[in-house]
Design a protein around this ligand. Sequence first.
Ligand code: NAD
Ligand code: TDX
Length: 338
Amino acid sequence: MTIIVTGGAGFIGSNFIFYMLKKHNNYRIICLDKLTYAGNLSTLASVMDNSNFRFVKEDICNREAVYKLFEEEKPDVVINFAAESHVDRSIENPSIFLQTNIMGTAVLMDACRKYGITRYHQVSTDEVYGDLPLDRPDLFFTENTPIHTSSPYSSSKAGADLLVLAYYRTYGLPVTISRCSNNYGPYHFPEKLIPLMIINALSDKSLPVYGKGVNVRDWLYVEDHCKAIDMIVHKGKVGEVYNVGGHNEMRNIDIVKMICKILNKPESLITYVTDRKGHDMRYAIDPTKINDELGWFPETKFVDGIQKTVQWYLDNRSWWETIINGEYQNYYKKMYNR
Ligand code: NAD
Ligand code: TDX
């Protein structure tokens, strides 16, 4: 089986490549990645020499280059992780989100139609459902929850999802979609909550919590997400959406306090800063469908996963130091010094 994994130099895509090369040692994996600020070739260093792996630096929006790659590799499966993924950046500059997340998805699916594949899988997000109120803990997102987005990021992901389902209905393209909750784990880019807090705490820098810190996210260890995608691609029903989440809801402030505790840093580092515009209050996935139909369940408990993640950042300083010493400095100043 030959699989094109787009966005494989980013956080979840790279973890997925490691997972797949280990689990299916007869599969050929081609990573197609533009290497934006969020993509890092050093992340893939351990698999670069693997004969079952090929890296191609390219933009998923470049139709000609994408078609050429399909002609060369004749993939059986395409799994699209490539995206602009940070909500705060989408609020600053929406257009690149529309370009990559919607137009890029269209180019990939057009290539799938032209050359033929057995499965196109779209990696989507729980953010397409909007948010839930804090005072209704009985409510969860199911696959039937209406799309109701808040940010340019989530709107672009929802736009892509609708297009994927349209290609299924109109052209019969064999698609599946997964909508996962917040991931955490190794190689998470330091602009996101958990790695940002770990890295700032390690340097005794302030820990910027948006608003009152009461917003709730449903956290899943990245490897559990990878396992879910593998199962959907192999056993999932074409044309279907699968929600992925492990019932692990936590308030942002509690996550930050937990990180302080693990690193033995004072909570006085916590600073409440201006809230994110349009900030979603609560995400909570109902994973009944993927549990029942595919037998998926999360393996890593949050208490263990967060320990492992903090340890990974302690053991891999050079990975994140290179990132935060580059263009990231300008981003950080712009976002947090106002
Ligand atoms: P990331 O930002 O860490 O990585 C994105 C990768 O895509 C990078 O390697 C980047 O270089 C690449 N990329 C961006 N634009 C590209 C383009 N035009 N052509 C080719 N490559 C391009 O993102 P992530 O957190 O790993 O998320 C991966 C996917 O999972 C995204 O589609 C995201 O919407 C979805 N998702 C993420 C989470 C989460 O918690 N991080 C949760 C649910 C769903
Ligand atoms: O400095 C911060 N302070 C803070 O309080 C940052 C970066 C975040 N936050 C808050 C905002 C959110 O309520 O923490 C929460 C998590 O923020 P992010 O890590 O930016 O994630 P989120 O906005 O929830 O989106 C993530 O999960 C869904 C991913 O980035 C998306 O790609 C995915 O689709």
